[in-house]
Ligand binder design. Sequence first.
Ligand SMILES: [Ca+2]
Length: 374
Amino acid sequence: MMSLALLGATALLAVLPAVSSAQGGSAAKTRPAPQVSARSQGFSYAQSEPAMAFATDLASRRNLDPAWVRQQIGQAQRLPTVIRLMQPAPSGTPKNWAAYRARFIEPVRLRAGQLFWEANRDTLARAEREFGVPASLIVGVIGVESLYGRHTGTFRVIDALATLAFDFPATHPRAAARTEFFRGELEQFLSLTERTGTDPLSLLGSYAGAMGWPQFMPSSWVKYAIDFDGDGKVDLFDSQADVIGSVANYFKAFGWQTGVPTHYPVSFAPGQSREDLDTLRAPDILPSFSAESFATRGAVLEGPALQHTGKLALVELENAGAPSTYIAGTENFYVVTRYNWSSYYALAVIELGQAVEALVGRPEAATPDAGQQR
Ligand SMILES: [Ca+2]
């Protein structure tokens, strides 16, 4: 899970629809026609010595047929669009939570979320029981990632991954690390498709190589995707049950605590010092303070937050020029950011899920204390 942060996600917030991040991959489906027009006029990685050397090494490490691996990578096309999208955002682009939120908490996504929840009510309840992860969080993630399967990406995954693995923009401050990351993802992708008998050239995804309704990167598909409809395959493109189970499994694997809210409201005592505020903000999303230390530093909690026994983070979401939004994030808020390393992303996911939940109602809620706080 890392995509956004890896990609400089926060920087992307101002520019792109949420790009996702989780990781994915198996079953093979032939997707709609790939974006041929978006590919470069003809540079394929068969012409790249480093790419072909990587293919040979990969085959050896993974015990795959070197001719097959070289053939797949060799057919990958360099995508200039993908390179452009990886450029760091212009510095000074203001973050704007209100604008970011408005892109996701809107009528089209709410309606699609309602239909998705109603169509999958039993499966969502089963995922809650088995993984302890609230249905609203699962529904929020799938809505932000792909608008319930409407936007799963139009790039050939192998083109996107090869472009990022071999042509990551050198001007990016973390170019070396990102190159390593995407080479790893390309390797996982080829290993996975080979194992599942999927044509690597047939799969489409985001410009970062994220796949399916939950936008799993290949490494996450390998580690966290599950068969939740029992048909013997993992399919994050066409099985909504597999998507639901895989998202729940992902959060459980990252330490989701059943019944613990993601965040609480927080306000500030009159006369709170700048120094105290800076101290509280310094760890950003990493829960670092007890409820008592919040109070000592002038951050005011109320209600159930006062009984919270774990650590809290003072999360600031900027609103361009307007006053920032603050929340007290729990360990579970931090878990949500493991899907995409951005507090803006996490809060959008949480609030979308809650808004959809308010539309569907929960007469037979499986988990009375499902855990989130408005
Ligand atoms: Ca399945």
